[in-house]
Write a protein that binds this ligand. Structure first.
Ligand SMILES: *Cc1c(COP(=O)(O)O)cnc(C)c1O
Length: 432
């Protein structure tokens, strides 16, 4: 029934997270409320760190794709767990720097880094910059010259593999705004330009083939294609690259229809592919990088709402109106994301009623889930939406000038605020 180990039902029939009763959390901190279990978050990191140790002898690093949930406390925990960090903007970089995240473990991504962001990345000696296009390579080179530094880079490559959930396709040339295409020779031209630069150190190549992937085979194919490209770079540019970044996209469970694999299975399969290919190409096995985003915080988080009213439209449907919605979770309105919804006070009972869960914004599409099975629900009840730890807080909005809810972190029955609730003063702060 549950999508995460950190959840349970106590003797009163209430949903618990990290040993805390969700109704108590709602009463103490108010709703809407994001809750994140620290133990689960750390366990999710350890699954990657351990399998890299096991299948690569530690010759690799898992980078948390911070866009999934970027805030100071989460970044501190990533540092403690020995994770690296992937940032995509000045804001994510500043958050990491503000808590002293080790810069050598930071990888700076993005398909159109601004001149100010490139300047920051070089000034702070960010571990690697992942270059996206030729114009950016030129700008980064110029910035490195200006600051008198040598910058480590990876090249973001489109390997021609497009993976989405349960299937993947090989395309001749993918239509994407991200990275250099292999087929057109663009990627090789970029490798040559980078290899020729005195201020850029070409360390490796990167690809990211999709999100919410439940199959191992697209990663094996990506490893094969990318390693082949590394062999070609050695042949044509005379440089042997040492790093291979296979991106993120590891699937998570939002409801019963999702069937994620243990992350070690990906690692094992990719390790085998690389060992075989290393022998074939006469290359050393590269340092492997992974970029899990959602699979780090998703299962550790839930969102709590209070029901304001249940609106029954005879012959049509029943709406449950909550005090949150697309502002704190825009994923349903953006792409119809599915979620498991529970009545937190009746979590042990059968989910026998069908409801559409709506928010309070001036948008008809402001929904969390449609026609979903929930325990009988009435005004004043607390609803829990499960697996909201990724891409919820980080995508939240202030539409209708609704302040963002706080984030509470729980651990073994104790709770603490890690992000304060926004206030109305915050909302008006920058208005003149
Ligand atoms: C978003 C992103 C990730 C993380 O993707 P998930 O599906 O959340 O694991 C990793 N790498 C890059 C470059 C990304 O853009």
């Amino acid at each position: 029934m549950f999508v995460s180990d950190c959840l349970g039902v106590n003797g009163a029939g209430h949903l618990t997270i990290g040993g805390c009763d969700t109704l108590d959390l709602a009463a103490q901190y108010g709703t809407p409320l994001y809750v994140v279990d620290e133990t689960q978050l750390r366990q999710n990191c350890r699954a990657y760190v351990r399998s890299l140790a096991h299948f690569y002898g530690g010759n690799g690093l898992a980078l948390f794709a911070s866009k999934a949930f970027c805030c100071k406390e989460v970044i501190r925990i990533m540092a403690q767990e020995g994770m690296g960090l992937e940032v995509c903007s000045g804001g994510e970089l500043v958050t990491a720097l503000s808590v002293g995240f080790p810069v050598e473990r930071i990888y700076f991504h993005g398909n159109n880094k601004t001149p100010a962001e490139l300047e920051m990345a070089v000034r702070h000696d960010v571990g690697h910059v992942v270059a996206d296009n030729l114009e950016e390579l030129r700008r980064l080179d110029a910035e490195a010259v200006r600051q008198g530094k040598r910058v480590k880079i990876l090249l973001r490559v489109k390997p021609g593999i497009d993976a989405h959930t349960h299937n993947f396709i090989r395309t001749g040339q993918i239509d994407s705004k991200f990275g250099f295409a292999l087929e057109t020779g663009e990627a090789m031209a970029a490798a040559k330009a980078a290899a020729a630069s005195a201020n850029l150190e070409l360390c490796g190549v990167h690809c990211h083939i999709g999100s919410q992937i439940f199959d191992v085979s697209p990663f094996e194919l990506a490893a094969e294609v990318m390693f082949g490209f590394m062999a070609q770079i050695k042949a044509e540019c005379g440089v042997e690259l040492r790093e291979l970044d296979l991106g993120g996209g590891f699937g998570v469970q939002y409801d019963q229809s999702d069937t994620p694999r243990p992350y070690a299975e990906y690692m094992e399969a990719v390790a085998k592919t690389l060992a075989a290919k290393a022998e074939e190409h006469g290359l050393a096995i590269p340092f492997i990088l992974l970029e899990p985003g959602r699979s780090i915080p998703a299962s550790a988080g839930i969102t709590l709402y209070t029901v304001g009213a249940v609106k029954e439209i005879p012959g049509v449907r029943r709406y449950v109106l909550t005090d949150g919605g697309m502002n704190d979770n825009p994923r349903y309105i953006l792409y119809g994301a599915h979620y498991t919804v529970l009545n937190a006070g009746r979590a042990g009972e059968e989910a026998g009623e069908t409801y559409t869960i709506a928010g309070r914004c001036c948008e008809t599409g402001d929904l969390i889930q449609e026609y979903t099975k929930v325990q009988p629900t009435q005004t004043g009840d607390v609803l829990a939406v499960l697996a909201t730890g990724a891409y919820n807080y980080s995508m939240s909005l202030n539409y209708n000038r609704i302040p963002r809810p706080p984030v509470v972190m729980v651990r073994e029955g104790e709770a603490r605020v890690i992000i304060k609730a926004e206030t109305f003063e915050d909302i008006c702060r920058n208005d003149m």
